[in-house]
Design a protein around this ligand. Structure first.
Ligand SMILES: Nc1ncnc2c1ncn2[C@@H]1O[C@H](COP(=O)(O)OP(=O)(O)OP(=O)(O)O)[C@@H](O)[C@H]1O
Ligand SMILES: [Mg+2]
Length: 347
């Protein structure tokens, strides 16, 4: 168990086997289980997220099936954990003997429907077999994966919205005389990729021999991942990079537009303002300047210095009495600042 190491497996650290506190120590996954994520309406899962989640599960399961463990036996959305980087890690593999009977002393989990709810991912042939090994089979894992695929695409539980209780669903799945066999309703998945719908149906085929293995599943789902990187984080980075580049281009375009507009304003102001020589030198004009923050006041004072005004009071915010020595006619005068502002002075 300790030697099983893969990006998409939740690593086993160790176990405490001293009664009464028997426990398994594994790596913590900050976002909880895939079930938690799918049930959280605040998490919007677009195609990129779905493809990444599915790709992670397929990679983890391929590794597990190739390992000495051979199969998981309890693959379901609560055993697919999601870490802080949105990488899915398969958990609770192996250790079936250690966990055997762990639920029996717990009042909550002895509840029959709760027990049945935990079996909703189990393949029909394993549900029917009272001697089925807890480690399950590879084909059984593929069936479970088919149900998880449905869960990801429909986001309404392993069998969608249904009036049936978990035990009724299990009974329906176990029946041999149903044709077609009882499965989640795919009519709800119209917007999903065809390859995903086809794949989930193949995975939950009644005859285990008709189910593909995980390597084949990976190939079948390839159209979903077209143009994408391996995990969500890399995809998000790629998206953000693209977005930043677009934004840069947009900023350049807007800056050009701004420069054009400024040129027009400059030209207009140049026509409107009196020429330097038109100021009557030595005359004194009184006016009020309305500046609401010191920064603006500085600009004003700079502008007024340019026309050699008396700008002593200009660094104070609020209306300021102003004496402009070299200015224009009575009435409202516009002083053109070299920065963006136009300063209005009432004389
Ligand atoms: N390593 C972990 N990091 C973060 N959350 C975890 C971790 N392990 C379990 N959890 C949370 O605890 C919940 C219950 O997990 P637990 O394994 O005890 O029960 P289960 O997966 O529902 O059933 P089973 O006992 O069959 O695996 C998960 O759904 C998940 O939300
Ligand atoms: Mg679990």
């Amino acid at each position: 168990m300790k030697d099983l190491r893969h990006d998409n497996l939740n690593p086993f650290t160790g176990a405490c086997v001293d009664p009464p506190n028997i426990c398994i120590v594994t790596e913590y996954c900050a976002k909880g289980s895939l079930k938690d994520v799918l049930e959280n309406e605040d998490v919007k899962l677009d195609n990129m997220f779905n493809a990444s989640i599915i790709g992670d599960i397929v990679r983890g399961m391929t590794y597990l099936h190739d390992s000495q463990l051979r199969s998981h036996g309890n693959l379901k959305s609560t055993n697919c954990l999601v870490d802080s980087r949105w990488v899915v890690k398969i958990a609770d593999f192996g250790l079936h003997e250690l966990k055997f009977g762990a639920d029996s002393g717990d009042d909550d989990s002895t509840d029959f429907e709760k027990q049945c709810a935990k079996l909703l991912w189990r393949a029909p042939e394993l549900l029917r077999d009272p001697n089925a090994r807890p480690s399950g089979t590879q084909k059984g894992d593929v069936y479970s994966f088919g149900i998880i695929l449905y869960e990801i695409m429909a986001r309404s539980g392993p069998f969608g919205q249904t009036d049936k209780t978990p035990s009724e669903i299990i009974k329906c799945v176990m029946r041999r005389d149903r044709n077609p066999p009882f499965r989640p309703r795919i009519s709800k998945l119209e917007d999903s990729f065809d390859c995903v719908i086809d794949c989930m149906q193949e995975c939950w085929a009644e005859d285990p021999e008709d189910r593909p293995d995980f390597k084949t599943i990976r190939t079948k789902l390839r159209p979903m991942r077209k143009g994408m990187k391996n995990n969500i984080f890399d995809n998000m980075l790629a998206m953000m990079e693209k977005y930043a580049n677009n934004l840069e281009a947009l900023v350049d375009e807007r800056t050009d537009q701004l420069i054009e507009e400024k040129k027009k304003t400059d030209a207009l102001l140049y026509e409107m303002l009196p020429k330097q020589g038109d100021y009557r030198k030595g005359s004194t004009y009184f006016g009020f300047i309305f500046a609401n923050n010191p920064e603006e006041c500085c600009l004003y004072s700079l502008a007024c210095n340019e026309i050699r005004s008396n700008a002593e009071d200009f660094r104070k915010p609020g209306p300021t009495r102003l004496v402009i020595k070299n200015c224009v006619n009575n009435g409202e005068v516009m002083l053109y600042l070299k920065t963006e502002s136009i300063l209005r002075v009432r004389l």
